[in-house]
Design a protein around this ligand. Structure first.
Ligand SMILES: [Zn+2]
Length: 234
């Protein structure tokens, strides 16, 4: 048995879990499981629709591009254009595997992980608080998508911990984005997904320093106050 494996079966899912799955073996897509086969996740509406990341009767789908998902809520956005969607677990996983993001990971565990976006030393709040945050953001909207500063992993990390950076120049909290250290040449690459896939991974130590449980520039922000807190940083 692989002690480092975070792969889980659907039957092991618990409400409030932060889950992820690999897309094209390149990067992980993250969401919060809220029970009854549903999850809430954050997508970059324009790009992700093209790449069929979110299912739904609105036209996009995952398992089979030609067949819309029959689940009524799947792919829905309560606030149009917010990117915060409710989807069914099938459309989230597509044909991949399901993994549980690990909280309160030891520093050894964090450093041993070759790829970012799988664990944090930070502590998760209760499932009730996590689901409250995810549901509130689904119903009321969220902060604008940014691949390196506010992506699907950042959304799930916030739902789990309530932690948000108070440093406007260092907003990104996702370890997946933080493990990327673009060179000047890479900076010129307009396609950020391609940039993430080809960039040089930062050293484990740098990744550890950016971990949500280690950083000192993050603080608890109530989900009801998040929008005004974030706006005040600008
Ligand atoms: Zn679906």
């Amino acid at each position: 048995m692989d002690l480092f494996s975070q792969k889980i079966k659907r039957s092991e899912l618990k409400e409030g879990d932060h889950i992820y799955t690999w897309r094209k073996q390149i990067y992980s897509h993250h969401g919060i499981f809220i029970g009854e086969g549903k999850l809430i996740h954050f997508v970059n509406s324009g790009i992700d629709d093209i790449l069929h990341f979110s299912g739904g009767s609105s036209g996009s789908v995952m398992k089979n591009k030609k067949t819309p998902c029959p689940v009524s809520y799947c792919g829905s956005e309560k606030v149009a254009g917010s990117g915060v969607r409710m989807s069914c677990i099938d459309c989230f996983i597509i044909k991949g595997s399901l993994y549980r993001f690990k909280y309160e990971a030891s520093h050894e565990f964090l450093v041993a992980k070759l790829r970012g976006g799988t664990c944090s030393t930070a502590r998760s709040d209760s499932p009730e608080e996590v689901i409250h945050r995810a549901t509130y953001l689904y119903e009321n909207g969220y902060v604008e998508y940014d691949l390196t500063n506010n992506n699907c992993e950042d959304f799930a990390l916030y739902c789990k911990t309530g932690l948000w950076s108070n440093d406007k120049s260092n907003q990104g909290r996702s370890s997946q984005a933080n493990m990327v250290h673009p060179t000047k040449e890479e900076d010129k690459i307009k396609n950020k997904i391609h940039r993430i896939a080809t960039a040089i991974p930062r050293s484990c130590l740098k990744r550890e320093n950016q971990d949500l449980g280690v950083r000192e520039d993050v603080e608890k922000v109530r989900v009801e106050d998040l929008s005004s807190f974030h706006l005040a940083l600008k």
